[in-house]
Design a binder for this molecule. Structure first.
Ligand SMILES: [Fe+2]
Length: 340
């Protein structure tokens, strides 16, 4: 069963929900904070407690790459227990009412790879909160609302960006859609594809990384590095991997082509138009977990009206990698999960 050709779905059965609840109870009994690295370090112990079919589904999504995204549906979420949607991610980070949902997200994330965090985003917490923040309605981030969040590759500017982005619905009463488009569904010419495979494009760091770090630690080395990526970016290719079934890396809002490169501009415009045409809406409802393959799909969000009355859309988010080792230069130890 599938919502869209590029989103595979898995519906938990009643028996599987019972299995999942048992594992979550064990995880919560540890008393640890799912957003802390120590929690994720121990998840291998609990993975075998997940339903075997669910583990097989996630493993196939990872190894066979059959789709650009997958959705696991059906975890019951008690809307009253999780409490009102907080007004700021800093408030959300201190609230413990959604620990069960965070544990579930962390556990399923661990079935695909290693969760990590950026020291520049939400103080490096491994579980992030996506919710509208008063005063940030117009921002191109997970905290905006009034404006379309333009589709993008998550952290497309960065060589160590995630393989998977996960969004779990704590609350989405208005069915605010996430948007998705798979690179497999675009139709562009072979000539444009060839140009897009060449290092002719710049992708700049988005404002959110720079803004938060400036506020938290204006003297950080990572801020200096990010500013370097912004001021003297290295040209990159947009399409890579197998020519007949490529991966992509794109963020039109923050990117440009080499100066005077008319061919590069035209190829990028063709791909952007094709991805625009391939956009589809996916609603991450309460209890649903969407995994986006960040090498296969771009994602965004439709605009919505925030109310700030505790009923706004509230998602929990993780980013994960299939290979933590490649980012060793940004981490303090081989086991560290925070990119500093
Ligand atoms: Fe994003």
């Amino acid at each position: 069963m599938s919502l869209h050709p590029s989103v595979l779905t898995y519906d938990l059965s009643a028996a599987e929900i019972t299995e999942v609840e048992a594992v979550l109870a064990q995880l919560l009994a540890t008393g640890q904070d799912p957003a802390e690295p120590a929690f994720s370090d121990e998840l291998w112990r609990f993975l075998p407690g997940l339903p075997a079919e669910l583990r097989a589904f996630l493993q196939r999504f990872r190894s066979e790459e059959p789709a650009a995204a997958c959705m696991v549906r059906g975890l019951p979420v008690d809307d009253r227990r999780v409490g009102p949607t907080p007004l700021h991610w800093q408030d959300a980070a201190t609230i413990t009412t959604a620990r069960r949902e965070e544990a579930y997200l962390a556990l399923l994330t661990a079935a695909l790879g290693d969760v990590f965090g950026w020291s520049t985003l939400q103080q490096g917490r491994l579980i992030q909160n996506v919710l509208p923040i008063p005063g940030e309605e117009g921002q191109q981030s997970g905290h905006g609302s009034d404006v379309l969040l333009e589709w993008h590759t998550e952290d497309g500017f960065h060589p160590y960006r995630c393989d998977y982005l996960a969004l779990f619905g704590v609350r989405n009463l208005d069915d605010v859609p996430t948007t998705l488009a798979s690179v497999r569904e675009v139709e562009i010419s072979d000539e444009h594809r060839a140009v897009l495979r060449q290092q002719r494009y710049f992708i700049l760091p988005d404002d959110e990384h720079l803004r938060q770090l400036r506020e938290i630690d204006p003297d950080a080395e990572s801020l200096r590095q990010l500013q370097l990526m912004r001021d003297e970016p290295e040209p990159v290719a947009v399409l890579f991997g197998a020519p007949e079934d490529p991966y992509l890396r794109i963020d039109p809002f923050f990117m440009s082509h080499l100066p005077g490169d008319e061919e590069g501009r035209a190829a990028l415009a063709a791909l952007v138009a094709a991805l625009d045409a391939a956009q589809q809406d996916v609603v991450v409802e309460a209890g649903s977990l969407l995994f986006v393959d960040n090498y296969r799909a771009v994602h965004g969000r439709r605009p919505f009206q925030s109310r700030y009355d505790g009923t706004d859309r509230w998602l929990k988010k993780t980013v994960s990698t299939r290979d933590l080792r490649k980012s060793r230069d940004l981490r303090t130890s081989s086991t560290a999960r925070i990119f500093a």
